[in-house]
Design a protein around this ligand. Structure first.
Ligand code: AMP
Length: 220
């Protein structure tokens, strides 16, 4: 928590499948923070039959990043909404150095700052295994896995009863590309935030509960 103005802005960094979404859902409930997931915003826009919808779909479906100018405009606009003024949990943004610099500039101009960046690390083989069998709840975002964490009733969320779906970009080939994109374009942000002294690194290989405890500890 920023003592000057009681705001709390946290970034969750990590490759696709590292558990950012799962941890963000838990943390946002616990800390009553808005969960801002760039991937969720793009999934909504991707459905629209508009120029921007088609543009987002063309990148999303290949596992490529949506261009920085579009992404930065969209996220900064979302961050300017009233519900984000006392803080939020950024999940999936920033993902490039240019996005990180744009966020720093915008926050600097508004007298805000990033309190903590939590980087969740998981080995590549485990990431591919997780993405391969992943099912998500339409309604609450909870995550399941065909082998390691199946729902009690197939296709239905244990937590809220919502319908489960598989993401279009979780196919094997696209998932591999997303991990390559992460290594090339997003992993350098770990060093970027380390030099700014806000980075906490968490091992994301364990059970959801133990990773959650490590994330909470990193925020203290
Ligand atoms: P995610 O749900 O975070 O894995 O994001 C799904 C997809 O949305 C990514 O593969 C990108 O196509 C797009 N996306 C999400 N966040 C960003 C971002 N910060 N910059 C560019 N593209 C993004």
């Amino acid at each position: 928590m920023n003592a000057r103005d009681n705001t709390l802005y946290v970034i969750l960094l990590g490759a696709p499948g590292a558990g950012k979404g799962t941890q963000a859902v838990l943390l946002s409930q616990q800390a009553r923070l808005v969960h801002l997931a760039s991937g969720d915003l793009f999934r909504e826009v991707r459905q629209q039959d508009t120029e921007i919808g088609r543009l987002v779909k063309s990148y999303y479906d290949k596992g490529e990043l949506v261009p920085d100018d579009v992404t930065i405009r969209m996220i900064l606009e979302r961050l300017s909404q009233p519900d984000c003024q006392s803080g939020c949990l950024l999940d999936g943004f920033p993902r490039t150095l240019q996005q990180a610099l744009a966020l720093d500039d915008a926050f600097h101009a508004q007298g805000k700052r990033i309190e903590r960046v939590v980087s969740i690390a998981v080995e590549r083989a485990e990431l591919l295994r997780r993405l391969g069998g992943r099912w998500l709840c339409q309604r609450c975002g909870a995550s399941y896995h065909t082998v390691s964490a199946p729902p009690k009733v197939g296709g239905t969320c244990d937590r809220c009863g919502g319908e489960l779906y598989q993401r279009a970009d979780d196919t094997e080939e696209t998932a591999k590309n997303r991990l390559d994109v992460y290594d090339r374009q997003t992993a350098p942000l770990v060093d970027y935030y380390r030099t700014r002294d806000v980075l906490a690194e968490v091992n994301g290989q364990g059970q959801v509960e133990s990773v959650q405890a490590a994330v909470v500890a990193a925020l203290r």
